[in-house]
Design a protein around this ligand. Sequence first.
Ligand code: AMP
Length: 281
Amino acid sequence: MQICRSVEACRSAVRALKSEKGRVAFVPTMGALHEGHMALVEKAREVGDSVVASLFINPTQFGQASDFETYPRDEERDLAMFEAAGVDAVLIPDVSEIYPEGNETIVETTRLANMLHGIVRPGHFRGVTTVVARLFNIVQPDIAVFGEKDYQQLQVIRRMVRDLHFPVEIFGVPTRRAPDGLALSSRNARLSNESRKAATVLSRALDAATERAKSGQSIAQIRSAIETVIAGEPLAELRGLDIVEAQTLEPLGAQFDRPTAIMLSVEIDGVLLIDQKELYP
Ligand code: AMP
């Protein structure tokens, strides 16, 4: 596995991979890897001929400098996981490599970035598109793979790629879960034993919503099923519940009559967890 710390080293590794193997699939991450990230690598191996991953904690997508500074870092462990998963090359740039002195260019999806989660986290999605555009221009992959867990992020990236004509095919990967349903996340490590048990409330709420949707109930009834399950868990506080049209994230009418996305955020004992579900009538 090649380790590239500069733009130049990465470009030359990718050139070699393209000519030796064919299509390059790219998996951007911020490290603190878990099996959810490995699901992306598996997909990348399936759809590409070689896999390039990145480990870069992007400062421009954090609202508070303290969150950026305390983000978990364990380069050695992350590299070992990528290597074991069959990644061909990893880009691990310094911040100054991605954001050179005097840089001033941003990329923003002006509507999608500033609704729903983007209202709670101003500037977050602008930071994501700004870094992903830079990473795409450095790596120049044929394919890039993102998790459906960060549902709005996936839609923002699809829109950016379409609008800016990036020659990159985007794949979304279903959320990888623990056996009890909890979506894997680096934040789960912050949960105490008791709150870890309570954290299954997110997937339980989404399962209840799915049941209601299957029996032809309205959007309001689907919403109330979720609220009821969350209210039944004393450690959980509902922080965000958006039920919108899949992909466009536009508002829905009263009936469940088209592809629908549920975006859920719940705080459990000070830890904010997110989960998501797409429903099809
Ligand atoms: P992060 O390192 O948190 O920026 O995440 C890197 C990528 O991994 C993003 O595309 C996430 O959506 C994806 N991801 C995170 N958790 C999961 C999961 N449990 N299942 C699938 N993909 C995930």
